[in-house]
Structure formats: C-alpha cells, structure tokens
Ligand binder design. Sequence first.
Ligand code: 3HC
Length: 309
Amino acid sequence: MSITHGIKRLGVLGAGQMGLGIAYVAALRAKVNVQLYDVSPEQLDKGLKFMDKLLAKDVSKGKIAELDAKEARERVTAVGKDKGVAGLRDVDMAVEAVSEKLSLKQKIFGELAAELRPDAILASNTSSISITKIAASTVPQNVSAASEQGKANAGRVVGLHFFNPVPVMKLVELIPGLQTTEETLTRARAFAVACGKDVSTSQDVPGFVSNALLMPFINEAIMCLEKGTATRDDIDKTLRLGMNHPMGPLQLADFIGLDTCLAIQQTLYHGTGDSKYRPSILLERMVDAQWYGKKNGKGFYEYDTTSNS
Ligand code: 3HC
C-alpha cells in the first residue's frame, strides 16, 4: 500500500527566501494550508509581499489561473512571535528554514517536539547540518533516546533540502538521520513530489551530496579571485559560457548568501577535518565586513535592495 503525505496543514518556520519559496510551492502546487512563522514582523510582511508579486507575475505570464493564485494566497496565513512555535500546534508537518545555526535549530526542534502532535513530521531545510544531531534535540533531557518516546520523537525528524529559488529549482534532497523512520521518509518524499519536485536521497554527511560538491567549487572560485588567477568577471564568464552554468560561481555565492556559504563551508571543514573544505580567507573577511551578497546589496557584485526578487 502506498503511503500519501497526509498533510493538510503545513508550518513553515522562517519567512526568508527559502521559507517563502517553500510556502509558495506548498500552497500553490501541493494545495496545503500554510502557516508561515517568523519572529520578525518586517520579514513576514516582506515575505508575503514577495509572494503576492510572484503570484501576480505567474498569472500575468499565463502560467497559472487567477483563481488558483487567489486560492493559493488564501491558504497562507502569518504567525508572529507573540504566538511562538505554539502557534503551529495544529500542523501535520513543520519545515524549518531559519539561519544555518545548529543551536537555533536545536532550540526550535525541541519546541516543535513539545508543541506539535506526536504524528507531525518535523523537517529541516538545513543545507549542511547533521539531521541526526537536530533529531536528537527533540528528545527531552529526562528521556532516554533508546526509549519508545525517544525513538518516536526523533524518528519523525527528516532533512528536506530545497534549492533557491524554490519555485524554479526542480530538486529536493531528502536526508534521513540515523533515527528517521521509513514512514517519515516516505511521507516527506510524497510531500516534496506534491510540491512539484523531483527527489534525490543523500546520507547524513556534512553538506549532504549537494553542498559537499557545490561548496568546494565555490570556494575554489573565490581562491582563484584571491590569488589573482583571473578577474571576477572572467571567473564567472568561464563557467557560464565555457560550461553552460546559469550563473558563475561568484554570482552564485552572492545569490546563496556569503554568510550561508561560509556557515556551510565551516560545517564541512569541521565535520570532516579535511583541509580541502577550509573556507578561503577572502570569504571570511567579506562576511566579517557583513557583505552577505544579494540579500543585503553587497557581495562580489552590488545589488539594488529596493527590489525584493
Ligand atoms: N523566486 C521565484 N522565481 C524566480 C526567482 C525567485 N527568487 N528568481 C527568478 N525566478 C524566475 C523568474 O521569474 C523567471 O520565471 P519565468 O520563466 O516565469 O519568467 C525564471 O526564474 C528565470 O528568471 P530570469 O529570466 O529572471 O533569470 P535567469 O534566466 O537568469 O534565471 C535563475 C534565474 C533561475 C536563478 C538562474 O540564474 C539559475 O538557475 N541560477 C542558478 C541557481 C542555483 O544554482 N540554485 C541553487 C543554489 S544552491 C542552494 O540553493 C542550496 C543551498 O543549500 C546553498
């Protein structure tokens, strides 16, 4: 018997570019009700305005019907800091898409496990952090991880790694932690498919398949710039025109966020101990300078931050 995802209500934690994209595909394609949670009212407002803009653009291009866009938008409601994670109490699944910080994710998953129904799936959109470690934070300190409750709590945690821009990129990477149950994996996969995505599975290693391959590539491009091997524009042009990449690696780093790239590279470096993952000093300095790329207007390139897209 095939298991369907069985998700009618979805909680999305974080209304940044990833969380917003996940809310968008869930409401429009999987047709589930979405509760979008963020501690920042400004971020919630910005995210919902961007969703309105995306829906209007897809309608004007004839990609979706006006009624579908209207219904999708009506499925999304905002949950603010006042309600806290408890505001998501009734959801069948939560997808966390907050910053790439282990301590923050552990805190959120501890709260989700305490507040949500025992059968709700707890998914993380982490780019590189161990799902096994995140799952362990759902087991209260006075409960043994080997007990039935410990296994049940951690067994419903899974990695569901979307790619930016979520409405456009076709893949979701599915990552089981050591504790994840088969049922959780099957339902999470079915949900990703309902969102219109193809799914690849990776074991729970630092960076999974995607970032274990992408981040050394980006880092090597930054090192080329650092060493003066070529200019910024020539490095990007080489990969765009020579290898048909949609963006050069420096532009892609800006697009992902230089702070996010550094956080992922640090997880890879510390998680493997392999010097091939050591982040370049230039990347570290740019993040020290708070040059985060497209999201705040300055990275390897400069951007107009008055536009949301
Ligand atoms: N949200 C939604 N849709 C967006 C978007 C966004 N932020 N940005 C662009 N789009 C849509 C556009 O509206 C357009 O749709 P249309 O075909 O209906 O008009 C379509 O994407 C193409 O956009 P543009 O014509 O403006 O520009 P491009 O043709 O240059 O494509 C791109 C933009 C799709 C972003 C393309 O440059 C690309 O594929 N870049 C590489 C992206 C990539 O590698 N992403 C993965 C990053 S790694 C990651 O996310 C994992 C993490 O863990 C680090």
